[in-house]
Design a protein around this ligand. Structure first.
Ligand code: SAM
Length: 150
């Protein structure tokens, strides 16, 4: 929230009521952004097509049951000429770390509720979203992506 411009009109979505409550509380106490908080499943959420100038996802493609479907939704929800900004974690570009991530994924999923071995570049390549610029950090685990809808 500290990174959004103060004049932003923000629509925040998560299916976890407690995550939304935390975000709402932080906004009320610290940021005062003009924000609507929607509890819903982004797999099936009914938002208007081409409704948003910018679609932001932070650390969520690891968690969705069907990340490909959600990427299609993000592409639909973003206005033509708008931007899709992603900060995601996935399988490492270091082979040894990637093998360990896959071996430990069932345990990591049970503890954290998200997958640690998803191939983020492949997911984006198979989606309609166009990646304009990307950077990887932490042995290639963390992705920053600047994208546009098609
Ligand atoms: C690792 S957390 C990241 C939370 C937040 N985006 C952030 O950056 O702090 C992943 C979030 O995805 C949410 N989530 C997982 N599947 C979802 C779905 N199908 N629809 C909506 N939210 C979902 C979880 O409730 C969880 O809050």
């Amino acid at each position: 929230m500290p990174f959004y411009p103060t004049e932003v009109e923000l629509t925040a979505v998560d299916f976890s009521p407690s995550m939304l409550e935390k975000a709402k509380d932080a906004n009320d106490r610290l940021y005062g952004l003009n924000a609507e908080f929607i509890q819903g499943d982004v797999d099936s959420l009914l938002l208007n097509d081409q409704a948003f100038d910018t679609v932001v996802s932070t650390l969520t493609l690891c968690a969705y049951r069907d990340p490909n479907k959600v990427l299609h939704n993000m592409n639909r929800w973003c206005k033509p000429g708008g931007q899709i900004l992603l900060m995601e974690h996935g399988t490492s570009s270091n082979k040894a770390i990637s093998i360990a991530q896959t071996a430990l994924d069932p345990i990591a999923y049970a503890i954290f509720g998200c997958h640690h071995n998803r191939d983020i570049m492949k997911l984006l390549a198979e989606s309609p979203i166009k990646v304009k610029k990307s950077e990887r950090y932490m042995s290639g685990i963390l992705h920053l992506m600047w994208c546009s809808p098609r």
